[in-house]
Design a binder for this molecule. Structure first.
Ligand code: ADE
Length: 232
């Protein structure tokens, strides 16, 4: 059984987009995961096929209608095994641990908001989990859904060629990754750090751990603080 993604969107042509290429694209061809898109507009009921309306209480923008979105969810993702994620800047920030959790499950239903937002009642009634990919505002949830799916798919069994390269990378251990180098040994007057050419695996591991810690402390004091609290 492959990991099943269903994406509800007003722009189904945005998918698979970048996920049709590289690692995720190969995994899609190999049926390690599947991707179904649902056009929310196909579930509109009036003669103009309207999906949005003006906000109650006034104000700018338009709000996605609850009846239309609920009909789209019920028709394509009525089962409750898969979490239903609403991509929204108001959501809980996406983390590597939530991504890993999703990868271990049967799949996910991703709902891409547009306009000013989604009627609050459908969020409650259909048990939608709001997820944000960062503290900035996109024009719609589609790029956020692509980001989330990319992060999940690379963790699915048999997707990453070298499973070990997933272990040392940023965030898995709560730290940023150490710097990488490859040939040539000297480039534009900059040399590969001597220790990496020493063949001394103990010294190399120590150097990498120190660089990871330095980078995390200076760039991500939030990650550094969180790590210290769990190890103290
Ligand atoms: N839709 C608009 N902005 C978003 C964000 N930062 N994360 C997830 N979905 C969004």
């Amino acid at each position: 059984m492959s990991w099943a993604a269903t994406v509800l969107t007003l722009y189904p042509e945005m998918f698979p987009g970048p996920l049709g290429h590289s690692l995720a694209g190969r995994a899609l061809e190999e049926e390690i995961w599947s991707l179904e898109t649902v056009n929310i507009r196909d579930h509109a009921t009036d003669k103009h096929a309207s999906v949005d309306d003006t906000p109650a209480g006034g104000g700018a923008g338009m709000v996605l209608k609850p009846d239309v979105l609920a009909a789209a969810i019920d028709a394509s993702a009525g089962e409750t095994e898969r979490p239903r994620l609403l991509m929204s800047p108001r959501g809980a920030p996406l983390t590597q641990s939530r991504v890993a959790q999703l990868a271990e499950g049967p799949g996910a239903v991703l709902i891409c908001g547009r306009f000013e937002g989604v009627d609050e009642r459908v969020i409650e009634a259909r048990n939608l989990e709001e997820v944000s990919i960062g503290d900035y505002v996109l024009s719609g949830g589609e790029p956020a859904a692509l980001v989330l799916l990319d992060a999940v798919v690379r963790l699915l069994p048999d997707v990453m060629g070298n499973a070990l390269s997933g272990e040392a990378e940023s965030f898995s251990g709560g730290l940023l990754e150490y710097p990488h180098y490859t040939r040539p040994r000297s480039w534009e007057g900059r040399d590969i750090p001597e220790v990496l050419l020493s063949g001394d695996h103990g010294r190399i591991a120590k150097w990498r751990a120190e660089r990871s810690e330095e980078l995390t402390q200076s760039r991500r004091p939030d990650l550094w603080a969180a790590r210290r609290h769990t190890t103290d």
